[in-house]
Design a protein around this ligand. Structure first.
Ligand SMILES: [Zn+2]
Length: 244
């Protein structure tokens, strides 16, 4: 069976990507992708001084409007490709800044980057629980995922806590083609648990340039190797409910 082609981790000029959303959408169409998500950076850590990112309400609003414009364009042109609104939150941002800046219902996908400890899980839980309390309509709740997650941080300690956390909150693991070391065979037991617990998996390239929008071939091989096709299809099913 041919799996749909996804790239759910793309950066535009709204953060440190080289291309406009328009260039990304038109190139993704040409390359024959089925699902894409723009996921520009969000941070108020020290990285805020170095990486351009969605660090103000005004900028977030402009960003969402721009994606919205292209979602309507795809609809009007009757194109099959689905475009989603995403954001990538740096976990070293402050809780207050995240809660004050991000309205989760406005996004389809929210990625968290740099989950590296049990404390990081507690931090994410606080944010997710706050969002859940404030979104009454569960359909409006975004998909939450771990960007370029490195399983080695939990290999010795905390793997069960991590797996329970992912299961309970329906958080996906991202196969990120820019970081193949994170889906190396040495983490086989982690991937076996993803399969066993039906944890969602996603695909992203962390594209900062349109030339890498479809660098996904190897990821599909790896998903098949770990027998995680149905985990990916479950994610696609959720995406299909979110597409406009
Ligand atoms: Zn990224």
């Amino acid at each position: 069976m041919e799996l749909p082609k996804l790239n759910l981790h793309i950066h535009s000029k709204f953060s440190d990507g080289r291309n406009s959303i328009s260039q990304i959408v038109l190139t993704a169409l040409k390359k024959g992708l089925d699902y894409i998500c723009i996921t520009d950076h969000f941070t108020n850590s020290w990285k805020d001084d170095i990486i351009p990112n969605l660090n103000s309400l005004n900028k977030i609003e402009m960003y969402l409007e721009e994606i919205d414009h292209f979602q309507k364009y795809l609809l009007e042109e009757e194109r099959q490709m689905a475009l989603f609104k995403g954001i990538e939150i740096d976990l070293s941002s402050t809780e207050k800044f995240i809660l004050n800046s991000i309205s989760p219902a406005k996004f389809d996908i929210i990625l968290f980057e740099y989950l590296e400890s049990i404390e990081g899980i507690s931090f994410m839980k606080k944010i997710i629980n706050y969002w859940k309390r404030n979104i009454k309509n569960s359909k409006a709740f975004p998909l939450i995922g771990l960007a370029h997650f490195d399983p080695s941080f939990f290999a010795i300690n905390g793997m069960n806590i991590l797996i329970d956390f992912l299961t309970e909150n329906k958080i996906f693991f991202e196969f990120n083609s820019s970081y193949p070391q994170f889906y190396s065979q040495k983490y086989r037991s982690f991937f076996d648990q993803l399969k066993e617990r039906n944890i969602l998996v996603s695909i992203g390239c962390d594209s900062h340039h349109i030339s890498t929008l479809k660098d996904i071939e190897e990821v599909y091989d790896r998903i098949k190797f770990y027998e995680l096709e149905s985990n990916l299809l479950n994610l696609i099913q959720i995406l299909d409910k979110k597409r406009i």
